[in-house]
Design a protein around this ligand. Sequence first.
Ligand code: FAD
Ligand code: NAI
Length: 462
Amino acid sequence: MTDYDLIVIGGGPGGYKCAIASAKLGLKVACIDKNSILGGTCLRVGCIPSKALLHSSYQYVHTKNDLSKLGIKIKGASFDLKEMLEYKDARVQELGKGIEYFFNLYKITKINGLGKITSFDQSNLEVSVEGKALKTKNIVIATGSDVSSLPGINIDEKNIISSTGALSLTEVPKKLVLIGAGAIGLEMSSIWSRLGSEVTVVEFLDRIAAAMDGELSKSLLSSLQKQGIKFLLSTKIEEIKQSSNSLNVKVCSTKDNQTNIIEADKVLIAVGRKPCTDGFGIDDKIKKSNSGFVQVNNRYETNVKGIFAIGDAIGGAMLAHKAEEEGIAAAEIIAGQSPHVDYEIIPSVIYTHPAVSSIGKTEEALKSAGRKYKVGKCRFAANGRAKITDDTEGFVKVITCGTTDTILGVHIIGAYADTLINEAAVAMAYGAAAEDIYRICHSHPDVNEAFRDACIDAFFKK
Ligand code: FAD
Ligand code: NAI
């Protein structure tokens, strides 16, 4: 006799979506999380709180700097950081309750506590939580990821902080140094510079947002510099020393070895995240990579039959929607179906202003693969809706196959890049050619027309 068909360890976007999908497919499911609020990193200290602060801080600078142009006169716009943080926390609580609502609806057992796998025998799988042993037919490890640091640097969440600390600062730091110009570094630098911090971003590589198409990272760099954020590229951090009332950050150029000291009152370390795969009994039993990611096959199966793993815990793009896709696919596999996640068309977005978004192949990747391709572009300056809303910065870049016209990649920088990328995702999922988008009527005046115009540009390119 088993208690459950499936126990999911971890209630983040991967885990809770897996639990809900399994319950919909008729399985008896429990989901364990050591935190009382479901939603994982994404909801508690990731996607949601960061986007709430990005939204509030943007509304503040937009009101202060841009509304006058539209004929709206607001004198002395100011902000209350405590209320901004409360606004963010309220959204987190509400969304957490939303997940619980679905757990109740689909009769999923929510268990609060640290889940440990205590039997790996396929006919007798067992998870223990809070001293109670639960028998199950299947287990999904969805334990996600955690902040990581650099050798010799201790994140104390007081002066040297991670993204988690940066989402709850009760005072605006005068001087903030960010290490790493990936998604976290760029989003956090936007929030705090909008609220008045003097921000310096230190990046080891010679470009920011390195995973994005090169043209996007160049344009974003120039936009963020105009907003007052300072960037030290090709620069690595050597050490952080506490002086009487500030931090001295020693950095070194990777080009000429020149060292420099930057003063800061807070340093934010944003150099990637590490899998959360220790401390729950899997060490000797489940195969992991050298970096600690659980190793799975293309059906999310670990080396132990009946035990699956998904999301940040298995590596790849550390994105909430990628974890969700894997959670749903694992549920369907356990229920006997044959789903497929297309890793070629997972969109990624950095929610700065302008935002940047990307899906499919970059121009650099196609060039180095020697593929024949065409590039179509539409600048938002030529788009009616963007003109109306005064968001004309940026462009849509569509890359198509030079022989078949099939869309291979879409890269967008602009105020609407975050939502617009999903039209590209649908198009690419159905194998659309640029001409297909050309032949689809788009409403006017809308920013989606910029995607269509970029497709038209690519289609007619010789
Ligand atoms: P997680 O969300 O990490 O959830 C894992 C859960 O497992 C946690 O709740 C943890 O408490 C629980 N757990 C771990 N071990 C145990 C155990 N032994 N027993 C019980 N419970 C356990 N991604 C995006 O797509 N878009 C964004 O805008 C975005 N913004 C981000 C901003 C920040 C600041 C950060 C840090 C991340 C952001 N991400 C974003 C990444 C996203 O949050 C992660 O990719 C996503 O949360 C991974 O989901 P997951 O379900 O794999 O793991
Ligand atoms: P990241 O991997 O995206 O970026 C880390 C950056 O730090 C890289 O550019 C790297 O070159 C740099 N770096 C590493 N070591 C360094 C050093 N010693 N000195 C200077 N620079 C150094 O990781 P990040 O930004 O911490 O984000 C973690 C994860 O969270 C990512 O996988 C990301 O996808 C996810 N996330 C997603 C968001 C989104 O989708 N909008 C927002 C925030 C996070």
